[in-house]
Ligand binder design. Structure first.
Ligand code: NAD
Length: 295
């Protein structure tokens, strides 16, 4: 039995840890929020007191934290993961964070001869619960191969993207496309409605023609055509508009860092920010269709 340490037991971390428990691993977890710890213990997890006691002796360490600053805080300092992980442990950093922090964490791990990969995910809470997440991996291929069996217990599609930070690069670029396409699809549905075109007819055409994309065929922002999409439950998230805004900020940051022009990314970031500031923060990001309508 492998000893696994899991740091960050929020919306994503808890169901991911649960899937590791399901296959019989011993999982010790830690979260700053007592409620998250209680939920973790309820599903059979072992409660850690702090980061040092949680990662001590673990064969595998997994982190699932909100942002780069939380990742830095959890890894560094006298009570950080770096200072207390056993040298032969494998580490998967699964949070979606900025490129700079991701590469910094890789460098710090390398200095200490620790085996770390960046492994951000897509698929949301539903994917975490069903163990169907997509993992995008950056780091040494050898470390990736050693961690593959554990990632497989939490996900379905696991793609090695290249060196340190390139898992994050894939995630950031993927969500740049997603944020922009959802706005495009929303504008088209709003226009088709004004033109008195039935939404089911427009869906039938667009989902089978050159407009086809995930934002139409799997996550349609109007109720009806795709029964599982958040539009059918008043845009309950799902993937919140706040998360999308965060990911578009990461894309904007990366674009600036590399001198890449991304006018649609910037515009999408401005629109999701406005949507959040007008009450959309906790709603699913596809709810932007209502905001664009002026509702
Ligand atoms: P969340 O806020 O629900 O959970 C993060 C948890 O980390 C919180 O419970 C928080 O208390 C804990 N935490 C923060 N600092 C800590 C520390 N130093 N030690 C221990 N615990 C600490 O966030 P989430 O929705 O689970 O998302 C986690 C990451 O996954 C984010 O980077 C997010 O962008 C990414 N992601 C989320 C989704 C989604 O649909 N929610 C989908 C794909 C990727």
């Amino acid at each position: 039995m492998t000893e696994i340490a899991f740091i960050g037991l929020g919306h994503m971390g808890l169901p991911m840890a649960k899937n590791l428990l399901k296959v019989g691993h011993s999982v010790k977890g830690y979260d700053l929020v007592p409620e998250a710890m209680r939920a973790f213990v309820e599903v059979g997890g072992v409660s850690g007191q702090d980061i040092p006691s949680t990662v001590k002796g673990a064969d595998v360490v997994i982190t699932m934290l909100p942002e780069g600053k939380h990742v830095k805080a959890a890894y560094e300092g006298p009570n950080g993961i770096f200072g207390h992980t056993t040298p032969d442990a494998l580490i998967a950093e699964c949070s979606t964070i900025d490129m700079e922090t991701s590469r910094y964490i890789h460098k710090e791990a390398e200095k200490r001869s620790l085996r770390l990969i960046d492994a951000p995910v897509s698929g949301g809470v539903a994917g975490a619960e069903a163990a169907t997440l997509t993992f995008m991996i950056g780091g040494e291929e050898e470390h990736f191969k050693a961690l593959h069996p554990f990632l497989e217990m939490m996900g379905k599609t696991i793609i090695y993207c290249g060196g340190p930070g390139l898992g994050q690069a894939a995630k950031i670029c993927n969500n740049l496309v997603l944020g922009i396409t959802m706005i495009g699809v929303s504008e088209a549905f709003n226009l088709s409605e004004k033109l008195e075109l039935d939404k089911h007819k427009f869906f039938e055409v667009a989902s089978q023609s050159s407009a086809q994309c995930w934002s139409i065929s799997k996550y349609c922002p109007v109720p009806g055509p795709v029964p599982t999409s958040p539009a059918n439950r008043d845009y309950a998230a799902g993937f919140t508009a706040a998360m999308m805004t965060k990911d578009l900020k990461l894309a904007a940051q990366a674009s600036q860092m590399t001198n890449v022009s991304s006018p649609l990314g910037e515009e999408a970031l401005a629109l999701y920010t406005l949507f959040c500031n007008n009450g959309g923060q906790r709603l699913d990001f596809s709810g932007i269709i209502q905001f664009l309508k002026g509702q």
